[in-house]
Ligand binder design. Structure first.
Ligand SMILES: *Cc1c(COP(=O)(O)O)cnc(C)c1O
Length: 360
């Protein structure tokens, strides 16, 4: 089955084989070495040149667990978080802080519109109780890229903490974490890094880690400082998904061999292939090209073709596309191009789309 959904993704045989390594106990040195290896590879891939300034914290759980851990661990007593919300995943962070009544008036934008840095500046001036600002890098809802640099500049100039959900972006979009002074970045193994779902991580700025140690504990499992010792080394307070960590380590080896910039270029090339062919078929994209990511394209459903029909006919041929979410359900479909997939596979998929459209 070729997965054209934004995670879980198709992995290489090499990553799949890594699941079959020996059984080990997570309290033994074998696991500590595996963990340290994953951490250093994550830093090498995503904060090159600033490895000493960041710590990679690993959590057994899907991407949401990393984001929720970052969100819940980032606030001192009496302070609040402002969420920039322009999609399903921004909404999710808003609800995470909402449950604990830690939110400040969120800034909401249309799902096809990027957050306005000047509105944020004004909001931060008006709300001194706001300690942290959270945003999604790549809004998977529509495949929209949010303006990290412009928002980071405002957050930094107003002396606030910037938290980024880059779960669907890391490995697929360029991101200068250290240069933009981002304090916390959430990521996952099972999207553009091409590992399996089940392990996720937060890249955490070291200086902030020290401050966070004094913040209240709001979750037992997701309290980030619990996962890092005084030297900034990883500790595993709970039983990790050992085999999934093996595969994650192998996926990071692959990523570093390919090179992050090359991985991004490959995804961009596949997205272009999809977009050019879909345009020829008369498909209308939800976003203009300047806002589109390298890994997802959202299309309006063609007249007279329901999502169910399109999905089912493609699935019968071995292709899994993705539906719209929220108020875009039944209006759009999404095609992701993450994973260990070749150009020939994308071409075969696009041929299948053409056949389905022709028979509709
Ligand atoms: C996939 C995704 C997540 C996490 O989803 P999980 O199902 O928990 O892995 C979070 N944020 C964004 C932007 C995502 O695309």
């Amino acid at each position: 089955m070729m997965l054209l959904n934004p995670g879980p993704v198709n992995v290489s045989d090499r990553v799949r084989q890594a699941l079959l390594r020996q059984d080990i106990c997570h309290r033994e040195s074998e696991f500590s070495e595996l963990l340290a290896g994953i951490q250093s590879k994550l830093l090498k891939a995503f904060v090159p040149g600033a490895e000493a300034d960041y710590v990679a914290v690993l959590i057994t759980g899907s991407g949401t667990s990393a984001v929720e851990a970052a969100v819940l661990s980032s606030l001192p007593h009496g302070k609040r978080m402002l969420v920039l919300n322009n999609g399903v995943y921004g909404e999710r962070m808003s609800q995470m802080v909402g449950i604990h009544r830690l939110g400040a008036s969120e800034l909401k934008f249309e799902w096809t519109v990027t957050p306005d840095p000047e509105r944020l500046r004004l909001a931060l001036r008006q709300h001194p109780e706001v300690h942290a600002v959270a945003m999604v890098h790549h809004e998977t809802t529509t495949g929209l890229i949010n303006p990290v640099k412009a928002i980071a500049e405002v957050v930094d100039s107003q002396n606030r903490v910037f938290i980024l959900d880059a779960v669907s972006a890391l490995g697929g979009e360029p991101l200068d974490i250290a240069g933009n002074h981002i304090y916390m970045v959430g990521g996952t193994a099972g999207k553009c890094i091409q590992g399996f779902p089940g392990v996720s991580f937060v890249l955490l700025r070291r200086g902030f880690l020290e401050r966070m140690r004094a913040y209240p504990k709001r979750s037992w499992y997701l309290h980030l400082t619990h996962y890092v010792n005084d030297q900034g080394q990883g500790i595993i307070p709970f039983t990790p998904a050992v085999q999934v960590y093996y595969a994650f380590d192998e996926a990071l080896n692959e990523l570093l061999e390919e090179g992050v910039a090359k991985r991004i270029q490959r995804y961009k090339k596949m997205a272009t292939l999809i977009r050019e062919r879909m345009a020829k078929l008369g498909m209308k994209a939800v976003l203009t090209p300047d806002r589109q990511s390298n890994t997802i394209t959202a299309y309006y459903l063609p007249e007279g073709l329901s999502y169910q029909t399109l999905h089912d006919q493609l699935k019968a041929q071995g292709y899994v596309i993705y539906a719209g979410q929220g108020n875009l359900e039944n209006k759009i479909f999404r095609v992701a191009n993450m994973g260990a997939l070749t150009e020939a596979q994308f071409t075969a998929f696009l041929d299948a789309v053409e056949r389905v459209c022709a028979s509709a």
